[in-house]
Ligand binder design. Structure first.
Ligand SMILES: Cc1cc2nc3c(=O)[nH]c(=O)nc-3n(C[C@H](O)[C@H](O)[C@H](O)COP(=O)(O)OP(=O)(O)OC[C@H]3O[C@@H](n4cnc5c(N)ncnc54)[C@H](O)[C@@H]3O)c2cc1C
Length: 146
């Protein structure tokens, strides 16, 4: 295991490490994000110098499953009131196109965020199960950033 600081810099200041060699969570998307940030810092590219605060977990099984952000359990333990929305892929044009009738998208919003706005301002989390769901979780995350 290679020891790094928050910017993936090793004890040798001009050498960076990212991905499985620096330890948990040792997931593909996380390693890519670490590498993007490390490359920007190393090459002084003015794009990012911190790792995204919320990283998606993608499990490349059949069907795939992924999640980003808080779960219902974690929100309950923090005492945050929330609202859940579920959409089945069979009702979704993309699901119909790829023939996935069993996939599910679940979005969780903090109730406070939707109480005073017609459109939810902040999505707490995105959970998916189904074909190609890892790609679709990107869409969920983009929505969350709005
Ligand atoms: C069975 C399995 C299932 C997984 N499932 C998932 C999943 O569902 N979702 C998920 O997000 N992640 C999953 N992972 C983890 C994911 O594969 C890793 O987190 C990711 O590949 C790490 O990327 P990396 O670039 O850090 O390392 P690697 O992908 O291991 O790349 C390191 C590369 O360095 C090369 N290398 C090693 N030593 C040298 C050397 N001395 N000189 C030159 N090259 C060298 C290796 O050959 C390799 O190509 C899984 C891993 C395994 C093993």
């Amino acid at each position: 295991m290679i020891k790094v600081d928050a910017q993936c810099r090793t004890d040798v200041p001009h050498i960076f490490a990212a991905g499985d060699v620096i330890g948990a969570p040792a997931l593909a998307a996380t390693g890519m994000e670490q590498a993007r940030m490390a490359m920007c810092v190393a090459c002084e590219v003015d794009y990012k110098d911190v790792i995204a605060p919320i990283l998606p977990t993608g499990i490349y099984t059949i069907p795939e499953a992924s999640m980003a952000g808080e779960s219902e359990d974690s929100l309950k333990s923090k005492g945050i009131d929330y609202v859940v929305g579920r959409a089945r892929y069979m009702d979704n044009p993309r699901g119909q196109i790829i023939g996935d009738e069993s996939g599910l998208l679940k979005l969780i919003f903090a109730r406070d965020d939707i109480a005073f706005a017609r459109r939810p301002r902040r999505r707490r989390t995105s959970h998916r199960a189904g074909a190609h769901r890892s790609r679709r979780n990107d869409v969920g995350l983009r929505g969350r950033a709005l």
